[in-house]
Write a protein that binds this ligand. Structure first.
Ligand SMILES: [Zn+2]
Length: 383
């Protein structure tokens, strides 16, 4: 009953509407119309004002026709990463890809198109269903800030799915927590040829600290990275400032805290090894640390009703489905943090965040059949 052609056409239409983070208005208004056409009452919240964007999250309430059925959340994000303006989707058989100049934006417009098509089939065929809350978020790619601004008391659903991952047949139930760090290492400026002993090299401190740091894959639950390093003015100046930006992620909160402290300590210890005395006054290197907790981990138990529901739907359709752990964060982390129970279902998006991004239309079709079956089953069977 899912119409592959219609699903593909909607995805292509959505991809052609530019929607970088904080600039999702055009696609939001298009989706508001779509949801209203499908019978929902739609609001747009004030998240856009809070994050400096041009529109908020789109929240659509479908009343449902089955009394007593558990309300279900279906969510996907509207924003895409750069370069993502003027996307030209090219259809090559069943493969939808770009012309190589931009990303495709299948992340996450594939998820949006799948949700829309499943709900359209339900409306057309008057399929009994429970209440459905649809949330299309802004600014997922800018640190999940659209979802973070969402007031979940506006939702009836306490469980659901985010459609924002690659492989169809994977249900992501675990994802790491993440800390984002910025370290500013302050040394002391001096002429590098005339009086280098009067300076403290912030670059040297950074180098010593990073050489001591455990980075990369720390263990099977934890990763860490220094991704940006900036500093120095000229070859003849002892550099007085270096800025490092890094990140740590772990499925275990305690390990995340430990890794974050480790990275900070390496820098502080390196800084304490460097000081100079000028005119009787002692100058010490120092480190300013800004640590932001990006998002909590997600850990939906296998016994959760939403996980059971998705597995029952896969079984009805004779599809393989496995629960997986994801290395990244998504809106589902935030929904779980806010007390909902939400897993992340694959849509078929591939090689995301690259110019080679592509989607197989057949995968979209399978994912949409899954979503349709999940909504149907949720109305008839309490898992
Ligand atoms: Zn995404």
């Amino acid at each position: 009953m899912i119409q592959q052609e219609r699903l593909k056409n909607l995805l292509i239409e959505l991809i052609k509407i530019d929607s970088l983070s904080r600039q999702e208005r055009d696609v939001a208004l298009r989706l508001k119309r779509e949801m209203e056409d499908l019978g929902a009452s739609v609001t747009i919240d004030d998240a856009g004002e809070k994050v400096g964007g041009n529109v908020g999250n789109v929240i659509a309430h479908f009343p449902g026709t089955v009394a007593g059925a558990e309300p279900l959340l279906l969510s996907a994000h509207m924003d895409t990463v750069v370069p993502g303006e003027g996307i030209v989707p090219i259809l090559d058989g069943d493969i939808l890809r770009t012309d190589g100049r931009t990303v495709l934006g299948g992340d996450d417009k594939s998820g949006i198109a799948i949700i829309c098509e499943a709900l359209r089939v339900i409306k057309e065929n008057r399929i009994p269903c429970g209440p459905v809350d649809v949330v299309f978020t802004i600014c997922e790619e800018a640190g999940l800030v659209g979802a973070k601004c969402l007031d979940v008391s506006q939702l009836r659903a306490r469980m659901g799915l985010v459609l924002d991952s690659d492989s169809v047949g994977f249900l992501f139930t675990k994802a790491p927590a993440s800390n984002r760090m910025e370290f500013r290492i302050h040394g002391l400026e001096a002429h590098a040829g005339i009086c280098p002993e009067n300076g403290i090299s912030a670059i040297r401190i950074a180098a010593e600290a990073i050489a001591q740091m455990h980075l990369g894959r720390i263990d099977d639950e934890t990763t860490a990275n220094v991704g940006v390093i900036e500093g120095g003015m000229a070859v003849n100046i002892v550099p007085n400032l270096v800025v490092l930006r890094g990140q740590a992620r772990s499925h275990n909160q305690e390990k995340l805290d430990r890794q974050t402290r480790h990275m900070q300590r390496c820098l502080e210890e390196a800084a304490t090894r460097h000081s100079v005395i000028l005119d009787g006054k002692r100058h010490e290197a120092r480190v300013e640390a800004r640590i932001n907790h990006d998002y909590d981990r997600m850990d939906v138990p296998e016994s959760a009703p939403i996980v059971k529901l998705v597995h029952a739907a896969a079984k009805n359709l004779s599809l393989e489905l496995t629960n997986e752990a994801y290395g990244g964060g998504c809106d589902a982390n935030v929904f779980n943090q806010k007390g909902l129970v939400v897993a992340n279902l694959g849509t078929g998006m591939r090689e995301i965040h690259t110019l080679k991004e592509w989607v197989n239309v057949k995968d979209l079709y399978v994912s949409a059949r899954m979503v349709l079956e999940i909504v149907k089953l949720n109305a008839v069977q309490r898992p």
